[in-house]
Design a protein around this ligand. Structure first.
Ligand code: CA
Length: 495
């Protein structure tokens, strides 16, 4: 599991109200206990904004967060705990305050002019919500900035820009010691006429960039942000980034627990398995751009527990956004999706001894790490238990495929995960009603014939057994006597 951290909101070590790298280092034991094998840091490079997605210097740590030395210590201490570190790499655009763009604007004949995109006239792009061409303050031209005027897009087709992006990757991999990158806004790297996403030139560029990254650091890992459906991800494989976030699957998991229906999730899983290389997607429930899970589910903790159970037992590389494991809430505007972490029943929830940079959520006194820590029934305990279970069981943690079993009820979702001759069954009640004697079958051969003991790994219940017929199919098996509302169970099948 990879844990997404917004440094500004995680833990403040020095009382200025802003989370920082030393604070994050102090909280590494928490991340380690959670079972994370990886953290993804939202941008930590120099930036004038609170979120950091508009960089002014790719080679400097944001002063609010600390120093290069702090960062190197973070890497060393994370590695000591077996946790790898990914940083957000924002290459689609820079800050309009970046010296490259300032030079392009103000220096006649600047070599940086062609690092950006210019037009004599502003055009609107059909289907895009905002203006993409912005008036230059120094000429009658317009520059391209897909997200806003403060973020001019880099001209990634310019070989000099490409070289620079490689230098940036090398710096973070070799000098700073990171283990890989989360690449921001990958779908928007190139434009073609009115096409502002998934332009064909994106793919050879990513192929070359990914090859470079793996040449510099053979064991490194990359995950790209390409929002939208599974179909839109297909052209980004097989030889570009290692993985991409699976937005369609994330929505399907939440819809399944919200609507008490397995149908949409089953279809989404089948598409992912059919169309993407095995296990090469990053699964998640919500990220820093989206309404938090518990808010999305209208405060229903039972549904949030089940959504987490599905996330942590399905294939893919799961990512968990900080605070999701304690059921933090939040909806837009963006800063409210990224509020300070709730650590304790204390002023500012123990996030800072000063004044937090952003007000906390109203439930910080009741929904926090300290309250949930020792409670075996808490959401935090569920996350810990399942993350550790996933790490310990190759059938859950490997990229191996998933086989959906049929149950005759749209409210029951059940699937089998297999690796190295071991199998794990997950069965979930998506509804608010108790379900008695759920009955499972498979349409194809799923296991070698024989008798299996069915041992509960999560959710309790007695040990039972399963007999697999000579054709390898499961027929009419009742793995548990009852499933409580929104209950998920994980059962190991051993021959
Ligand atoms: Ca601080």
């Amino acid at each position: 599991m990879c844990y997404e951290v917004f440094v500004r909101s995680f833990y403040d070590s020095d009382g200025d109200g802003i989370g920082d790298l030393r604070g994050l280092i102090e909280k590494l034991p928490y991340i380690s206990d959670l079972g994370a094998s990886c953290i993804w840091l939202m941008p930590v490079a120099q930036s004038p904004s609170y979120h950091g997605y508009d960089v002014t210097n790719y080679y400097e740590i944001n002063r609010d967060y600390g120093t290069t030395e702090d960062f190197k210590r973070l890497i060393a201490e994370a590695h000591t705990r077996g946790i790898s570190v990914l940083v957000d790499l924002v290459l689609n655009h820079v800050s309009s305050e970046h010296p490259w763009f300032q030079s392009a604007l103000f220096v006649p004949g600047s070599p940086y002019r062609d690092w950006f995109l210019w037009s004599p006239a502003a055009r609107r792009v059909p289907g895009w919500q905002a203006e993409v061409w912005h008036r230059s303050p120094t000429s009658n031209e317009y520059y391209y900035g897909l997200f806003w005027g403060g973020m001019p897009d880099l001209n990634l087709g310019n070989p000099a820009v490409k070289e620079e992006t490689k230098r940036i990757a090398r710096y973070w991999l070799e000098d700073m010691g990171v283990d890989g990158f989360r690449l921001d806004a990958v779908a928007h790297f190139f434009e073609a006429g009115d096409t502002v996403r998934d332009a064909p030139a994106t793919h050879p560029w990513l192929r070359d960039y990914s090859a470079y990254i793996h040449q510099v650091a053979p064991g490194s890992f990359t995950v790209g942000e390409v929002s939208g459906s599974t179909a839109l991800l297909v052209p980004y494989y097989p030889d570009q980034l290692d993985t991409y976030f699976e937005f369609e699957l994330a929505d399907a998991v939440l819809d399944a627990v919200r609507n008490s229906s397995a149908r949409g999730l089953t279809a989404a899983l089948q598409r992912v398995q059919r169309d993407l290389p095995q296990g090469r997607w990053a699964s998640f429930l919500r990220n820093h751009d989206q309404t938090r899970t518990l808010t999305e589910l209208q405060g229903d903790v039972a549904r949030a527990r089940l959504a987490a159970t599905l996330l942590l037992t399905l294939p893919g590389v799961p990512f968990v956004y900080y605070g999701e494991e304690i059921g933090m809430t939040g909806s837009k505007p963006d800063p409210r999706l990224r509020t300070p972490m709730h650590w304790a029943r204390a002023p500012a929830a123990g996030f800072t001894r000063g004044q937090a940079w952003e007000p906390l959520q109203p439930d910080s006194f009741t929904a926090n790490v300290a309250v949930q820590d020792g409670d075996p029934r808490s959401l935090l305990s569920l996350y810990r238990q399942l993350i550790h279970l996933r790490a310990a069981r190759p059938a859950l943690g490997s990229a191996a495929d998933v086989t959906i079993l049929t149950s005759g009820s749209d409210a029951v979702l059940s699937y089998l995960r297999r690796a190295n001759g071991k199998a794990v069954l997950v069965i979930a009640n998506l509804s608010g009603q108790r379900i008695a004697r759920p009955t499972l079958s498979s349409t194809d051969a799923v296991l070698p014939p024989g008798r299996y003991t069915a041992k509960p790994l999560f959710g309790g219940g007695p040990e039972t057994s399963l007999r697999v017929m000579r054709d390898g199919r499961i027929r009419g098996w009742i793995p548990v006597a009852t499933l409580e509302p929104f209950e998920g169970r994980v059962i190991e099948l051993a021959p």
